[in-house]
Design a binder for this molecule. Structure first.
Ligand code: AHR
Length: 512
């Protein structure tokens, strides 16, 4: 039986945590899991991060330097390191982005005081003192336990220089480059798991034509060598949004590579007038979620292009830039892409990760843009203060899906619609975790109405839920804990396991 105000207990606990709302109308959805058909293992690299030399992403966000008053571990801020360790970041992509195709790795090695100062022409025209370079990045990745994803400059450096950088980082020989690395303080080679062959070759990476970009990939990938036993994966720069030319050309003529990238950003309106990160109308809540869901079509169509050349799915699809992109916060430095992060971003993160997880046979990696203080960030900092965003909490809750095997799920729910946007009110995902437990993720996209999700399972369910008072509920430096996950338990409806999802909520539960 449907209970009119089923969420009384939940509301009390939400109120206690400043996240209450009123479930004025109750809807019902049925979520059916087929546990007879597990899919391909979910690669943990789909929960990867991106850190570009952009705004306060690297400087202040990660790196404050050893002499800083902000507590740090060899120059890396302690609070950020601990927060990233807690979500087991699988890999970090660096140094760009657009920055990468004007980056000379030689600028970022050797004594910091002697490193050249350059202008960051892409991002705010500020000076870049190169105090965060190869050693600082590679040691940071090791410190947080993440794999390194290093993006080569194929736009303005030669293949020879790229090859030298890789030798510098990965060679255990007595070569001049390996010895130079040792003199600069690193005895052992680093492990470079992912080698990005350029970035956005269709745009800031060189404004190439698709066939030319494919030739560039063949050429640079030929020389982008690391020791065989390292098993590095080469990722070709592919398409973006609804453009598939670069994916087609790369699959047909790009030579040998292990992964193909695709980039997709979610904007509420249009790119030249994106809309604010907070204080938006309901129509922009809905258009943002609808645009986020569009990545399913992009992944599906790119996968179909890949299937024609690679039916055995040996090449992975890497969504190595994705996330929300809003108007940057009023008063923030132009070109720094600093934006708040709200419950809306949490829903975008959950819906997007659900899509990547469903495509686990092809999607082998993804990197949300960007990790700290830029676009859809995990973490925001203000000098010595730090807040974890709603997006961070989703990545935390979704850790159970690392290495899980997804099950087919069908959800019958009414649609949620606002303005010109329409989508299912409930998005559901289920998988058998690496620990053997069954996990379910649920998203209620409707910002005003609660829903009871009735599964085809029996038993009990418990986990965590993220919700809030308002569509743009967020954490600020003065109120850093407005949006955080709280305990969430299932109930029984008609003899089956059910979950009472309040409006605008994301939940992940384990089933016993
Ligand atoms: O993430 C910001 C920018 O978006 C990246 O530098 C670029 O690759 C993309 O266009």
């Amino acid at each position: 039986m449907i209970r009119k105000f089923f969420a009384a207990a939940l509301l009390m606990s939400l109120a206690a945590s400043s996240q209450a709302q009123t479930p004025d109308v109750i809807a019902v959805a049925n979520l059916t899991i087929d546990i007879s058909k597990p899919g391909a293992e979910i690669d943990r690299h789909i929960y990867g991060q991106f850190a570009e030399h952009l705004g306060r992403g690297i400087y202040e966000g990660i790196w404050v330097g050893e002499g800083s008053k902000i507590p740090n571990i060899h120059g890396y801020r302690t609070d950020v390191v601990n927060a990233l360790k807690a979500i087991h970041v699988p890999d970090v992509r660096w140094p760009g982005g657009c920055f990468g195709d004007l980056y000379n790795w030689r600028d970022g090695i050797g004594p910091r005081a002697k490193r050249p100062v350059r202008v960051n022409v892409h991002w705010g025209g500020v000076t870049e003192d190169n105090s965060f370079g190869t050693h600082e990045f590679m040691n940071f990745a090791e410190l947080i336990g993440a794999d390194a994803y290093v993006s080569l400059n194929v736009g303005s450096l030669s293949p020879y220089e790229s090859a030298q950088w890789l030798e510098y980082m990965t060679s255990d020989s007595k070569s001049s480059l390996a010895n130079e690395r040792r003199r600069n303080g690193r005895a052992k080679p680093w492990n470079v798991k992912f080698v990005g062959i350029g970035n956005e070759t269709w745009g800031c990476g060189g404004n190439m034509r698709p066939e030319y970009a494919a030739d560039i990939n063949r050429r640079y990938a030929t020389f982008a060598g690391t020791p065989r036993e390292m098993g590095s994966l080469k990722i070709a720069s592919g398409s973006h949004d609804d453009n598939y030319d670069f994916a087609e050309a790369m699959m047909k003529g790009g030579g040998k590579f292990d992964g193909l990238s695709v980039h997709y950003y979610t904007v509420p309106r249009v790119f030249r007038d994106k809309g604010p990160a907070t204080g938006f109308p309901e129509s922009e809540w809905a258009s943002t979620l609808a645009h986020a869901l569009h990545i399913d079509e992009i992944v599906t169509r790119t996968a179909a292009i890949m299937d024609k050349v690679d039916p055995d799915k040996k090449i992975g699809l890497y969504v190595d830039e994705w996330g929300t992109w809003y108007d940057q916060e009023p008063g923030s430095h132009p070109g720094f892409l600093y934006q708040q992060n709200s419950l809306r971003d949490a829903e975008v993160a959950a819906l997007s990760l659900n899509i990547f997880q469903r495509h686990s046979d092809r999607v082998k990696g993804a990197n949300i843009a960007q990790m700290i203080n830029v676009l859809q960030a995990m973490i925001l900092t203000d000098k010595d203060r730090m807040v974890l965003t709603p997006t961070y909490h989703v990545f935390d809750m979704y850790q159970v899906f690392m290495g899980a095997r997804p099950y087919p799920v069908t959800v019958s729910a009414r649609d949620y619609a606002s303005g010109n946007s329409k989508m299912p009110m409930v998005d559901g995902f289920a998988a058998r975790g690496a620990d053997g437990k069954l996990y379910i993720a649920m998203v209620n996209t409707d910002p005003s109405h609660a829903v009871q999700v009735i599964t085809n399972l029996t038993g009990t369910g418990h986990g965590r839920i993220l919700t809030g008072f308002a569509m743009d509920a967020h954490n600020s430096f003065d109120a850093p804990n407005m949006v955080h996950p709280i305990a969430f338990n299932g109930s029984t409806a008609a003899g089956r396991l059910a979950f009472d999802m309040p409006a605008k909520s994301v939940a992940v539960v384990a089933v016993d």
